[in-house]
Design a protein around this ligand. Structure first.
Ligand SMILES: Nc1ncnc2c1ncn2[C@@H]1O[C@H](COP(=O)(O)OP(=O)(O)OP(=O)(O)O)[C@@H](O)[C@H]1O
Length: 382
């Protein structure tokens, strides 16, 4: 039988549906320390956004502001079209239609699984509470554990209960703060798949905070990269990885090396030679930095080459080679597990065919030549 990949369709909201979550110039400072600054973000209904950035970049502050655990200094937050903070409004957390799932699950230890899931449903009748909790426990396949207490569950089961509890009141948006980081590696991938499937199945809008680049890229229909309290880039995963908007995003989302380079007559060259053509840059002569990722860098043993393998890291399926160029700069190259050049091997370094790398001027990516880089092509170049 042929294996088939199952794709889960993302529910599309009607065009006139307001975003499930909108942040408009949201700012929060703690004394002289910047929590977040002028955040703008719109999350359409049904979308699962991942929020990633280094420690202290403002991820938790963003979630806390949306949940109503902090008040913004400026800006406005709307949930499903209603302002919940800003413009003189502050809606209390329990009235915001925002669900929360934390890393430590934060289940009530003295309540059974069933009662944990019923917790936020106090406006329903007792019978309706039980029915709704039952539906959610069915959804996360834990109905048989409804009478257990949290300490009688595995970490993965506790995480599913926390998700069921967050979804039970039909929130407009669920915030998930590193929900898988307390789970061991073997369980993590399965719980992650189950969680994403549950969110998709229920058409729930989610904002998931993670430290893990692979998780951010594989789970999010959009990835929001934060740095120093601001959003550096918010885009589909392919764009964030393949077309990073800034030097920071290029280096934070995956491995990246940077080499000084020049675009001259639409040819991108750097220390390793011609890298690619750059359509649209025919009239430019400009210094840039080129971003090269290890999977784009090819190596070939060549005793006459000036580059040397300086370190080799075995990663199982692939072997990461560090190569020192004549200038002393280093590039990295992924090789399949059967290729392992000994340290000191002289190698020719090229860029794999079809690569069109990101170019940076200063810390920003550029796709068109800067105006002052246009030059009058000399007659013999025409
Ligand atoms: N209650 C607070 N008082 C003072 N400063 C705070 C407070 N909460 C957060 N900060 C500061 O705001 C900035 C953003 O913190 P935040 O917790 O949002 O970062 P984070 O991206 O969630 O980090 P981590 O990944 O480590 O959890 C940091 O500089 C932090 O020190």
């Amino acid at each position: 039988m042929t294996a088939q990949m199952e794709t889960i369709p993302v529910p599309m909201a009607p065009e006139d549906t307001p975003p499930a979550l909108a942040l408009d110039g949201v700012t929060k400072h703690y004394g002289s320390s910047r929590g977040v600054d002028a955040l703008d973000l719109s999350v359409p209904a049904g979308e699962l956004v991942t929020l990633i950035g280094p420690s202290g970049c403002g991820k938790s502050t963003t979630l806390r502001l949306v949940a109503g655990l902090e008040r913004p200094d400026a800006g406005r937050i709307s949930v499903a079209g209603s302002v919940v903070a800003g413009s003189g409004v502050f809606v209390n957390p329990e009235l915001r239609r925002v669900g929360l799932v934390f890393q430590d699950h934060a289940l009530f230890p003295h309540l059974t699984v069933g009662l944990n899931v019923q917790f936020g449903l106090d406006r329903l009748s007792r019978a309706d509470r039980r029915r709704r909790a039952g539906e959610l426990l069915d959804l996360v396949q834990l109905a048989h554990l409804a009478d257990r207490y949290p300490h009688e569950l595995s970490g993965g089961e506790q995480q599913r209960v926390a998700l069921a509890r967050a979804l039970a009141p039909r929130p407009a948006v669920v915030l998930l703060d590193e929900p898988f980081s307390g789970l061991d590696e073997s369980l993590r991938a399965q719980v992650r798949r189950d969680t994403v499937a549950t969110l998709r199945e229920t058409g729930t809008t989610g904002v998931l905070v993670t430290h893990d680049q692979t998780e951010a890229l594989s789970v999010g229909s959009r990835v929001v990269v934060m740095h120093n309290g601001v959003i550096e880039q918010a885009d589909v995963p392919e764009k964030v990885f393949e077309r990073p908007a800034t030097r920071f995003v290029a280096s934070f989302m995956g491995d990246a090396d940077f080499l000084p380079a020049r675009v001259h007559r639409a040819l991108l060259t750097c220390e390793i030679g011609i890298v690619s053509t750059v359509p649209g840059w025919a009239d430019s002569d400009v210094e840039v930095d080129v971003v090269l990722r290890p999977h784009e860098v090819a190596l070939q043993a060549d005793p006459t080459a000036s580059a040397r393998v300086s370190a080799v890291e075995y990663h199982g399926a692939f072997v990461l080679h560090h190569v020192q160029l004549a200038s002393g700069r280093t590039l990295r190259s992924w090789q399949p597990h059967i290729v392992r050049f000994p340290i000191g091997t002289a190698v020719t370094v090229t860029v794999t065919a079809g690569t069109s790398p990101t170019l940076l001027i200063g810390d920003r990516a550029v796709t068109t030549p800067p105006l002052d880089a246009r030059r009058a092509a000399t007659p013999h170049e025409r």
